[in-house]
Design a protein around this ligand. Structure first.
Ligand code: ADP
Ligand code: LRH
Length: 478
């Protein structure tokens, strides 16, 4: 029996799980879970880094049975700046901070956006590491002067536990600073910073790179640092041309490809190319996930309204279907002061009825999310010139059975869901490869198929959903 530990940190919660492999099947146990959200201080959004490290250590102290190794994966694009003595020069900013927005415009004056897309494969998005670093260079230049090492978030956390200074490929591939040779792009750095920045080198995953300082018997594994890359590697995809969706705070819709797709169409429709655990690519749309509902829940809670997940599903079922739609990816919903007000504003701007009850809000959100995913899938099939019948979905959002059924209905495809902890499992599978217990992504996916229950959703109510899709499409093109 081989036991490995996986820390998976999402933008809404973090968890430590242990995974036991007996040569045939994998079993998973949750050891520790904690809330995570950006904190607002001095007009900025940061991650509460000190608390994250405290939680990591608390979780490790709860481990009772001997484990061979630990890997860490997190959300994309964020990073930390370390000084010469290995201390952070500032709290890591959160991508929800809008301070980087103005630098997108500035950057396009220095390099045409399509060229930047072609060079890095990444969509032009203000959250990207590149634009965040431009904001820091302009607003807090002393931070960059003091910086001796730049580490992406999972590798920053890895450093705090092991002292190892490396960046992993998949997480680096979310930065808009990596070239086609999968190395930090020196030309882009010269263009925007007039210098090369001190990024720790990029390494491929599935290797042991050190030990945990406070638990020297546990090795530090370099796993795919990006949660979405981990999730994809754990989805038991068995159909050719299948699409994947990873649903948590975000909804990542994509397809595995060998080389980045950087056509004009991909650029115009804001697709991105990010790295896979195999050193290949995910052609992907970074879309809205449960963020909108997470923010609504916070507001309802302040009003004394608290729903369990089951009650949310019941509330949705009592609301009228196809009443109001939103474009979940509209900028209005990125980080508004009030999400409920933002939804209201969107409905008024588009001459639609404003939801009143929480159930109406939830139905509006879940239906719109499913319709937007279906819309994106159509775009993706066109660009990649492929058709698919099957979608594989992982992540916490798969527990929302309404959403999974609606995605099947809206896209008219078969939806296979599971596992909910896809990112944690992908993290563990990478460690089993580093330990020589598994030898390929296919072996890992087969192991997941043998070990975890999958659910299947067949498309239903085709005519109603097709009508709703047409209405939704008109709204997007308004
Ligand atoms: P992240 O990794 O981005 O923090 P998760 O993958 O943990 O996100 O997914 C979080 C979302 O999953 C929650 O916002 C919630 O809407 C949904 N979710 C989690 N558990 C359940 C559940 N038991 N039933 C329905 N939805 C759930
Ligand atoms: C989802 C995710 C996504 C994006 C975002 C910033 O957790 O990793 O793929 O990169 O975070």
């Amino acid at each position: 029996m081989t036991t490995v530990l996986a820390y998976d940190l999402g933008a809404s919660s973090g968890r430590l799980v242990s995974q036991k492999f007996n040569g045939q099947t994998l079993t998973m146990n949750e050891i520790h879970r904690f809330q995570n959200k950006p904190v607002h201080e001095n007009n900025h959004y940061y991650w509460d880094y000190r608390n994250l490290v405290k939680e990591l250590n608390q979780g490790l102290n709860k481990v009772t049975s001997p484990a061979k190794s630990l890997g860490i994966d997190t959300w994309g694009v964020d990073f930390g700046l370390l000084n010469k003595t290995g201390q952070l020069v500032s709290k890591p900013f959160s991508y929800r901070d809008t301070h980087s927005v103005q630098y997108v415009q500035q950057a396009t004056k220095q390099l045409p956006p399509q060229t930047l897309f072609e060079q890095t494969g990444n969509e032009i998005s203000a959250i990207n590491t590149l634009f965040q670093l431009m904001a820091i260079q302009s607003q807090y230049p002393q931070y960059l002067t003091e910086t001796a090492e730049i580490l992406m978030m999972p590798n920053l956390l890895m450093h705090s536990l092991s002292g190892v200074k490396l960046n992993e490929f998949t997480i680096a591939s979310t930065s808009q600073l990596v070239d086609k040779n999968q190395q930090w792009d020196k030309n882009i750095q010269q263009t925007f910073f007039n210098q090369t920045l001190p990024f720790a080198p990029i390494e491929m995953p599935h290797q042991m790179v050190g030990t945990i300082k406070n638990h020297p018997s546990i090795q530090m594994a370099l796993v795919p640092g990006h949660d979405t890359a981990c999730a994809l590697s754990a989805l038991p995809i068995q159909r050719p041309n299948a699409l994947f969706i990873s649903i948590g705070t975000w909804g990542l819709i994509g397809k595995e490809i060998k080389e980045p797709i950087t056509t004009a169409e991909a650029f115009q429709q804001s697709f991105t190319n990010e790295g896979t655990s195999e050193g290949q690519y995910r052609f992907q749309k970074n879309a809205m996930g449960f963020w909108i509902l997470q923010k609504c829940r916070e507001e309802w809670k302040q009003q004394g309204i608290h729903f369990t997940y089951e009650q949310e599903i019941n509330a949705l079922q009592q609301a009228k279907s196809f009443n109001t739609f939103i474009d979940p990816d509209d900028d209005l919903f990125f980080n508004p002061v009030s999400m409920l007000q933002a939804i209201k504003k969107y409905c008024l701007q588009t001459n639609q009825q404003v939801p009143i009850t929480p159930g109406e809000y939830i139905r509006c959100f879940i239906e719109s999310l499913a319709l937007k995913y279906a819309y994106t899938i159509k775009q993706m099939e066109k660009i990649t010139n492929t058709k698919t019948t099957d979608i594989y979905i992982g992540g916490g959002g798969t527990q929302n059975t309404n959403l999974c059924q609606f995605i099947a209905n809206a896209s008219n495809k078969i939806v296979h869901t599971g596992p909910t902890e896809a990112s944690s499992i992908g993290n563990g599978l990478s460690q089993l490869r580093a330990l020589g217990e598994l030898h390929s992504i296919e072996e890992g996916r087969q192991l997941v198929a043998n070990s975890f229950e999958m659910k299947q959703y067949e498309p239903q109510h085709n005519t109603e959903w097709q009508e709703a899709f047409d209405r939704f499409q008109q709204l997007l093109h308004m």
